[in-house]
Write a protein that binds this ligand. Structure first.
Ligand code: ZN
Ligand code: ZN
Length: 328
């Protein structure tokens, strides 16, 4: 099969490699489209500790090409989206229903070969059949939408509540859309003008281009989602949050930063981390099927596998939101 291999940081090679064979409890997925995400970019830049060569990628849609003999309830040719994190299912964290933070979870495209290839093996419980009428490209957004939904559920706003979202990448934009659908008053913070324009289309009532601009205007925001990955966004949020404010952190900052502990105490802020997803995939597929997430504004480019390296090079350009890779 054709696969994109990361042979060392910054170096992708398209090679012929053997098609993997599924274990008894796995399915073999023929990949059709795969999204590029921040994790792939960090991996490409050598910021993550993995062994090379590695096939990167974890957001993918395709159809089942083969199944291990223990697999039930799925069939060959069925279109599926992949949930790309596989918890151990046996540790105390998993047994409490929080496999997303399992210390032993296996991550597709990081711990094992990923989806920028014609075929990939996935444990059967981690593929979800596509609802009828949902296109492959739409379903490719199910993974990032599940991430956003998991964060959103940590601090769901009531109608007219004021919500501020830092960062207008895919996760931030989905959070804006979810909050707008819930009837909240949504502000969006970013430096990229093009993405702020999309934030408005998705339902942001106010946009802010800098921390200073937010500070002048944002006294009454009570819920904050940080999807920016920017080191000082969190301290900015702690500074401007109204007393009793709730803060949800999703996405990992590029570097750590000091906490303003006294302000967290004085304002009695609630701070909640949010890591990927637990049981959000079916709800995400449902939302996509309803057609109200405006994903046509989020997919900014679809390109062939052989252009993966170029697409990764352009990852942080301000007009880019979600790039899909078409697998030959
Ligand atoms: Zn991702
Ligand atoms: Zn576990």
């Amino acid at each position: 099969m054709q696969a994109a291999l990361l042979v060392e940081p910054g170096k992708i090679e398209i090679r012929e490699v053997p098609i993997p064979s599924p274990r008894e409890d796995e399915v073999l997925v023929r990949v059709r489209e795969a999204g590029i995400c921040g994790t792939d970019y960090a991996l490409y830049r050598g910021e993550l500790n993995v062994s090379y060569p590695l096939i990167p990628g974890h957001e993918a849609v395709g159809e089942i090409a083969a199944m291990g003999k223990e697999v039930k309830g799925l069939h060959i040719g069925e279109r599926v989206v992949i949930q790309p994190n596989f918890p151990c299912t046996a540790c105390p964290v998993c047994l409490s229903g929080r496999g997303n933070i399992c210390p032993r979870k296996v991550r597709l495209g990081l711990d094992v070969n990923g989806v920028f290839a014609q075929y990939v093996c996935v444990p059967a419980p981690y593929v979800w059949p596509l609802p009828e009428g949902l296109s492959v490209s739409e379903a490719a957004l199910a993974e990032p939408l599940s991430v956003a939904l998991h964060a959103f559920r940590k601090s769901q706003p009531v109608p007219d509540e004021k919500v501020l979202v830092y960062g207008t990448g895919v996760i931030g934009l989905f959070l804006i859309r979810l909050a707008a659908i819930a009837g909240a008053k949504v502000g969006a913070v970013d430096i990229a003008e093009q993405r702020l324009a999309v934030a408005k289309e998705l339902g942001a009532d106010a946009i802010y281009r800098s921390a200073a601009e937010v500070e002048k205007n944002a006294g009454s925001f009570s819920i904050f989602f940080d999807a920016s990955g920017v080191a000082d966004a969190f301290s900015n949020i702690v500074n401007i949050a109204a007393p009793g404010g709730r803060i949800v952190l999703t996405g990992l900052p590029h570097k750590e930063f000091p906490l303003l502990t006294s302000m967290i105490v004085r304002k009695e802020l609630t701070i909640q981390g949010s890591m990927i997803y637990t049981d959000e995939f079916p709800a995400a597929l449902d939302l996509l099927k309803q057609g109200n997430m405006k994903i046509e504004r989020l997919i900014t480019e679809t390109c062939p596998l052989k252009e993966l390296a170029r697409a990764l090079e352009g990852f942080s350009s301000p007009e880019r939101i979600k790039t899909l890779i078409r697998i030959p």
